[in-house]
Design a protein around this ligand. Structure first.
Ligand code: FAD
Length: 348
């Protein structure tokens, strides 16, 4: 097992800020994962599990312990009760797996095309986009349970998925290292065209788009918003959407509507959000004075997507944090709503 020292973390993340890891191990097998855990324990080092680094803000000081990068690879395919089950190692690239499933005509994750990161990262925040979320198709998650010291299988219900959450980022945070995710997909199933952007893209089509056409549409829509990592596009230097769509109580919604009316504005309504009592974080940010392209020194808002905070070049994590706080404060002052960040902050 190769143990590296002082490894810069910024290049291993999509936002590209932050300092080094004191120790760094890349694990290609479950045995190496265990060895890395043993090493961290023997040295009493805090450790952090790194996937594709697409949902992270690393502090300028870096990580004082061990960063364990999950590089497990391999995909097995079997049939079970009418489903095509893909057993995908945690270190596999998510979008490569989606491409493979679509090429084999297996439905259920086509709308999640183009999302960066690893397969092991997908259950953590129940990744979702364009009308699908991984909770719809995850069958089981194979983990190393750090409390019990053994490998276990968690079934979908054990993971308690909801909007951008699971046990992995809430109640059992830090307990499990995800080794493999089993996806149950529908061979020959139809594309899910429910989200407004996709409906618009396919308006006028007489036939139901194929999975491959849906994947292509999603990737094109994402590219227009810099939500597909495109080399050379500086608006892609982000951690994706920086804020979650807030879920409001009836009273909060009433208060928001009143505040909007006082400004002669109407809170927008989207069927996909309304169904879950969510409102658009992008609308709140935009109507608090932060529009696309807004710049504050070396950080700013993407020119293509209001919810993405971008590093315009050589920004520090402190600058990202200060900008995030400025946005949160302004939204709270104007709309009375606290925006929860979506990325994971490490080393702060
Ligand atoms: C341009 C862009 C677009 C995006 N679009 C979307 C989107 O549409 N929808 C969406 O939901 N997200 C989106 N994201 C966020 C991000 O891509 C996802 O959350 C992704 O699943 C994170 O995976 P990762 O491997 O990069 O995880 P990391 O960023 O490396 O880690 C994120 C968290 O997961 C944990 N983790 C990662 N792997 C493991 C493992 N094997 N075991 C245990 N814990 C682990 C880490 O410890 C950390 O807490 C986007 C990000 C970017 C940059």
């Amino acid at each position: 097992m190769l143990i590296l020292h002082n490894v810069p973390l910024a290049p291993l993340t999509t936002l590209r800020v932050g300092g080094p890891a004191r120790y760094f191990i890349e694990a290609g097998t479950a045995t190496e994962v265990r060895e890395a855990v043993d090493f961290a324990r023997s040295q009493q080092l805090p450790f952090f599990v790194l996937g594709g680094g697409s949902n992270l803000v690393v502090s300028d000081a870096g990580w004082p312990g061990l960063v364990l990068r999950i590089a497990l690879s391999g995909i097995n395919h079997r049939h079970n009760r009418g489903y095509a089950v893909f057993e995908v190692a945690a270190g596999e690239d998510w979008d490569k797996f989606v491409a493979m499933a679509v090429a084999r005509n297996c439905a259920g994750i086509e709308c999640l095309s183009g999302i960066p990161g690893s397969v092991g990262g997908t259950p953590v925040q129940n990744v979702g986009a364009y009308g699908q979320e991984v909770a719809d198709t995850i069958d089981a998650v194979q983990v190393l349970d750090l409390q019990q010291g053994e490998e276990r299988e968690l079934l979908k219900d054990d993971c308690r998925f909801s909007y951008r959450t699971s046990i992995f980022n809430t109640t059992e945070l830090g307990r499990y290292i995800i080794l493999r995710v089993d996806y149950a997909l529908k061979h020959g199933g139809e594309s899910r065209i429910e989200y407004a952007d996709l409906k618009k893209y396919f308006a006028g089509w007489s036939a139901v788009p194929t999975l491959a056409e849906t994947r292509e549409a999603v990737r094109q829509i994402r590219a227009r918003k810099a939500m597909l990592i495109t080399p050379g596009d500086e608006d892609c230097r982000s951690a994706g959407s920086f804020f979650k769509n807030p879920v409001l109580s009836a009273a909060q919604h009433e208060d928001l509507t009143r505040r909007a009316a006082a400004k002669k504005l109407q809170v927008p309504s989207y069927p996909a959000l309304d169904a879950q009592r969510k409102i658009s974080a992008a609308w709140l940010v935009e109507h608090s004075g932060f529009s696309k392209g807004y710049t504050s020194g070396r950080v700013g808002i993407s020119r293509k997507h209001t919810l993405a905070i971008v590093n315009r070049g050589d920004a520090t994590a402190a600058e990202v944090l200060a900008f995030k706080e400025q946005i949160q404060q302004r939204v709270e002052d104007i709309w009375g709503i606290h925006l929860e960040p979506e990325p994971v902050f490490i080393g702060f």
